[in-house]
Design a protein around this ligand. Structure first.
Ligand SMILES: NC(=O)c1ccc[n+]([C@@H]2O[C@H](COP(=O)([O-])OP(=O)(O)OC[C@H]3O[C@@H](n4cnc5c(N)ncnc54)[C@H](OP(=O)(O)O)[C@@H]3O)[C@@H](O)[C@H]2O)c1
Length: 279
């Protein structure tokens, strides 16, 4: 565990346990974050949709790592869910780590995408992340040291046709977090953004990764590795985290190749993904 977390724990021992709140914790990268934090003896508050194994995960993490763990099942795309979540979290827990991981991905042609798909992506990837961060900030600031980790994507490094709304939502996460990092510089709260590349977290994602052949495979990392690396770098106060050498290289290429060249090339790949996976 990082030294400053240990110091923080010692200083706050008298005032009750501290917790990390992780959204989208029932599976994939969120579950890997929860497990990584539990391994570091950090108490957990887990958030995900109802009926997807959150109580069982919470129970097994408590037992295996001897930590405190509680959970809140909610659909974060629903209007009142954020207020309910924050009310629950602040009524009984002291929170010094926030991991905004819940997010939905996918590729769609913008013009034919269902309105509900667009609404859900904006509600989860943008609205929920923004409001949870905003409403937990007073609690985070009340501690000597606190951390926010927001999950973006390498898809935020360029606009991408056929992944238009996803890459736009993730660049929002990037800009929000970078701006917040600057605003919070003189406080005890540290804000960081992680840009994972492909992780085969579920069947649909695995199928999409397969369509990209060798390019998909080169950047492929396990959620456990991404979670481990991200938490390590978060506690080292790295404000921008890109796990994996290939994803780092992608970031460099996106920065250096002009948009008029990269935009059509990348978009063509995702147009092909749409036809190959019949989404
Ligand atoms: N996988 C990748 O290749 C990849 C690459 C770059 C970035 N990312 C980002 O990494 C994050 C995690 O991705 P993942 O692949 O691990 O996703 P995942 O396997 O689909 O898991 C998503 C998690 O979010 C929860 N969730 C989904 N919709 C929700 C809602 N409306 N309300 C509350 N919780 C909700 C899910 O809960 P349930 O289990 O209850 O459904 C699950 O715990 C996302 O922000 C994603 O954009 C993923």
């Amino acid at each position: 565990m990082a030294k400053n977390i240990q110091e923080d724990k010692q200083q706050e021992n008298n005032t009750g346990p501290l917790f990390a709140l992780v959204t989208g914790a029932s599976r994939g990268l969120g579950k890997a974050f929860a497990t990584e934090l539990a391994k570091q003896n950090i108490n957990l508050l887990l958030v995900a949709l109802p009926g997807d194994g959150l109580p069982e995960l919470c129970g097994s993490l408590k037992k295996e790592y001897n930590i405190k763990c509680d959970y809140f099942e909610t659909d974060l795309t629903e209007k009142n869910s954020i207020a309910d979540l924050i009310k629950w979290a602040l009524s009984g827990f002291r929170i010094n780590i926030l991991i905004n991981n819940a997010g939905m991905g996918g590729s769609r042609e913008f013009v034919t995408a269902e309105t509900e798909y667009l609404e859900n992506m904006i509600a989860l990837n943008i609205r929920a992340l923004t409001l949870i961060t905003h409403q937990l900030l007073p609690e985070l600031k009340s501690h000597k040291k606190a951390w926010i980790l927001n999950v973006s994507s390498i898809a935020s490094f360029s606009p991408i046709g056929y992944k238009t709304i996803y890459s736009a939502s993730k660049v929002f996460v990037q800009y929000l977090t970078r701006g917040l990092y600057q605003e919070l510089k003189d406080t005890g709260v540290f804000a960081s953004v992680v840009h994972p590349g492909p992780m085969a977290t579920n069947y649909q994602v695995a199928e999409r990764i397969d369509c990209h052949g060798v390019f998909g495979k080169l950047g492929l990392l396990s959620p456990e590795y991404v979670a481990h690396r991200s938490i390590k770098l978060l506690f080292k106060n790295k404000s921008l985290i890109i796990p994996g050498w290939f994803n780092h290289m992608c970031w460099f290429v996106m920065k250096t190749v002009p948009i008029r060249i990269r935009l059509p090339i990348i978009s063509r790949r995702f147009k092909k993904e749409l036809t190959d996976t019949k989404q």
